[in-house]
Unconditional design. Structure first.
Length: 543
């Protein structure tokens, strides 16, 4: 990334009935991102559970459920240009302070030239490509207003009310838009497979192409057109009216000083998230899906044992299957606000005690709710394109929004807590010994119990089918207490700070993660608990 940033301040006291503090500036950024992806062997063999086969991993005698993924390497390079300009005026007049601001953002990304080699197993399906680059033709010009008001209610400064409105636009990453028109992204195509020589590796003559038509795949990821697999361009498009995702926010609150260095406050926060982008499969509508009842085989639903908190529940679930082979051509476009948005409402109460009389404290309690509104009933009934696959929409529309954690290496953790509590404090004991503690608690995260079906026909691919609305079932509530003590020691100009930390003082073992897939061999097994009590000794030197 190459960037140039300019910021400035200017003060104008006693002008136009108030004091003005201006802030203005902006930046230019040129971002380049390169990514190369390779699948060893250029194919992945997929084995169903042994209960679905005549014998374990024997895909030679029974092809039901035996599949493979044919892959082509991805090699992409993108260039993203960001330009931002902002200006803000903070006006002080009497008891009121007014903040007026505006920000302009420009974003444009392009796919640069790149090339990939053919899949050596089936170069006719995934041939080599030499891509000359492409501009999706979309440039975001986003203007964000800012408006804030702070008012000294009683004139003494002990009670202050505030209100703010702000609009935020999405942060565009390299390739966020241009990847839609890039044919050299990684491609993975799933077909049936029979392991005729029992070696568990995929050979070209073992790949089954239904009806001899390569468009009859089981699942597809990446930009690939079976009608023109060797084309150096993609048939995918980007809606010329594509908009950036948007967040509107309103915060209203009041703070009150009720003693020397002690204050309490309360805030109400409202946010609406909208303009979300999605990939619309052209030629496929919600009404093209057929509701199907799926019952997981009893042999795949384990009972209770010492590693599970409950036996698996493999009740019948409803999934949706397309009535015809899923097309591979798509367009990147937007949901309208009526089709999909998220609404956040939250209240937070705080209390703060600054360091005086040898102690300080900070505490807060928040209660919030983020509801998903996907227009499921109206859009499905009226055949509107809002999201093609209706599977799970009934269990998400009108319920809590949660998101899957990433980067920790631990799956099945979906983040959403409607209430949170925090308390921290410090006390300065005699002989300059500092003792502090931190306690935090929250509602347990959702448990998304589900059944997985890996064999939906007509290119629909894997379906993870929710068994209950999001937020209806949750993990146990979480609470944790940490403790810290230190005592500085001075030797001339040398200052030592010996410390003792105790994490998870109560040594609680609250369940943090459970395998929620009910037709998995490890269904309902505990996957994570709170880390055990840890004592840490340390010493810091300053001179």
């Amino acid at each position: 990334m190459n960037s140039i940033t300019v910021n400035a301040n200017y003060f104008m006291p006693g002008v136009a009935g108030g004091d003005h503090s201006f802030k203005f500036g902006g930046y230019w950024r040129d971002n380049d991102g390169f990514n190369s992806t390779h699948t060893p062997g250029n194919a992945v063999a997929r084995f169903p559970s042994s209960a679905e086969l005549a014998s374990a991993n024997d895909c030679a005698t029974q092809a039901v459920g035996c599949q493979m993924q044919l892959t082509r390497d991805g090699q992409t390079e993108y260039r993203l240009t960001n330009i931002s300009v902002y200006g803000q005026d903070t006006v002080t007049h009497g008891r009121a302070t007014l903040q007026l601001g505006v920000r302009y953002d420009y974003n444009n990304d392009q796919a640069l030239a790149s090339a990939v080699t053919a899949n050596p197993l089936r170069p006719d399906i995934l041939p080599a490509l030499n891509f000359g680059g492409a501009d999706p033709g979309v440039r975001f010009h986003n203007i964000s207003p800012r408006l804030g008001l702070t008012y000294n209610v009683d004139g003494s400064g002990r009670t202050v009310a505030h209100a703010n409105y702000a609009m935020y636009w999405g942060q565009i990453g390299t390739g966020a838009i241009a990847q839609q028109v890039n044919p050299v992204t990684r491609v993975s195509i799933r077909y049936p497979w029979v392991d005729t020589n029992h070696d568990t590796f995929v050979q070209p003559d073992e790949i089954i192409i239904p009806g001899g038509n390569i468009a009859n795949y089981l699942a597809l990821t990446g930009n690939w057109n079976p009608a023109a697999p060797g084309s150096p361009t993609t048939a995918n498009t980007v809606d010329p009216n594509l908009k950036n995702d948007r967040t509107d926010e309103i915060i209203v609150g009041i703070d009150r000083q009720i003693g020397a260095g002690f204050a309490v406050g309360a805030n109400y926060v409202w946010r609406r998230y909208s303009n979300f982008q999605f990939t619309d499969t052209l030629g496929l509508e919600p009404s093209d899906y057929v509701a199907t009842t799926f019952v997981a085989p009893p042999s795949t639903c384990p009972g209770a044992d010492g590693n599970r908190i409950s036996p698996a529940n493999c009740a019948p679930v409803t999934m949706y299957v397309p009535a015809f082979q899923t097309p591979s051509i798509s367009q990147l476009t937007n949901f309208t606000t009526d089709q999909y948005n998220r609404a956040f409402n939250g209240v937070e109460v705080t209390a703060r005690k600054r360091l005086s009389h040898r102690w300080l404290m900070n505490t807060s309690f928040a209660y919030n709710s983020t509801i998903v509104n996907n227009g499921y009933a109206g859009a499905f009934a009226n055949n509107q394109t809002f999201q093609e696959d209706p599977t799970n929409q009934a269990n998400r529309n009108g319920f809590q929004y949660d998101y899957l954690t990433a980067g920790s290496g631990l799956g099945n953790i979906y983040v959403n807590a409607k209430w949170l509590y925090k308390l921290s404090g410090l006390y300065n004991l005699p002989f300059d010994v500092n003792v502090s503690a931190f306690f935090n608690a929250r509602q347990g995260y959702p448990e998304e119990f589900a059944i997985v079906n890996t064999a939906r026909p007509n290119g629909a691919g894997t379906a993870t089918i929710l068994m209950n609305p999001v937020g209806d079932t949750r993990l146990p509530n979480y609470g944790n207490l940490d403790f810290h003590v230190d005592r500085p020691v001075k030797f001339g100009t040398l200052r030592l700070l010996p410390t003792l930390d105790v994490f998870n003082v109560t040594n609680s073992n609250t369940i943090q993660g459970v395998r929620t897939t009910q037709n998995a061999t490890n269904a309902n097994q505990v996957q994570a608990i709170t880390a055990p009590r840890v004592l840490r000794f340390g010493i810091r030197f300053n001179w």
